[in-house]
Design a binder for this molecule. Structure first.
Ligand code: 5GP
Length: 198
């Protein structure tokens, strides 16, 4: 495994890159930076049963679907992977668009949870698996329970989840440390084989 936080040689780009990591590490922020700064990379649009948040656009940030639509995507084999995240909503990667982009030779990025990454490892062993890590444990704790509005039990539950999720790092090909969003997204883009256009 390469643990890289800056320079360092990387091997040839894979057609599909999977970005995963612990809750609250900032995967969403890093992938939003990729979307904004590296339009050459195609960021998969997940289907989800959760409701849109203000500012989220259907078909851009997510495909917002009903429980029935989500089930029929699974039943018809159209999901590359899917998971229930945080015990609440379902999220999944529609297979068709990923395969189309790969066929076109466009680099593909999936930003998904750990359970989803494990499924992709089974079905797409050629993908590259990138673990987004916090700079240190305290930073992750700060992001997880920073506002201090949770009960002691909820706080302990989240910290235990974070410990388990951090232990998954060894399953991944490469680790990128999310010290700053800009640096981490630049490193990810370089790994994917794409250069800054600016
Ligand atoms: P949010 O609801 O905050 O947008 O996302 C919550 C979590 O869902 C994030 O950890 C994100 O990585 C995960 N997620 C988003 N899309 C997918 C997907 O298609 N598959 C899986 N397995 N997880 C996803």
């Amino acid at each position: 495994m390469e643990r890289s936080a800056g320079a360092g040689a990387v091997s040839a780009p894979a057609p599909v890159t999977v970005l995963a990591g612990p809750t609250a590490v900032g995967k969403g922020t890093v992938s939003a930076a990729i979307r904004a700064r590296y339009p050459q990379i195609w960021l998969s649009v997940s289907a989800t049963t959760r409701a849109p948040r203000p500012g989220e656009v259907d078909g851009v940030h997510y495909r917002f679907v009903s429980e029935e639509e989500f089930s029929s995507l699974i039943d018809s084999g159209q999901m590359l992977e899917w998971a229930v995240v945080h015990g609440r909503n379902k999220y999944g990667t529609p297979r068709g668009p990923v395969e189309e982009m790969v066929a076109e030779g466009r680099p593909v990025l999936l930003e998904i949870d750990l359970a989803g990454a494990r499924q992709v490892r089974e079905s797409m062993p050629d993908a590259r698996f990138v673990f987004l890590a916090p700079p240190d444990w305290d930073t992750l704790v700060e992001r997880l329970v920073g506002r201090g509005t949770e009960s002691a039990e909820e706080r302990e539950r989240r910290l235990e989840t974070a410990r388990v999720e951090l232990a998954a790092e060894s399953e991944f090909d490469v680790t990128i440390v999310n010290d700053t969003v800009e640096r981490a997204s630049d490193e990810l883009a370089r790994l994917i084989g794409v250069r800054d256009l600016t």
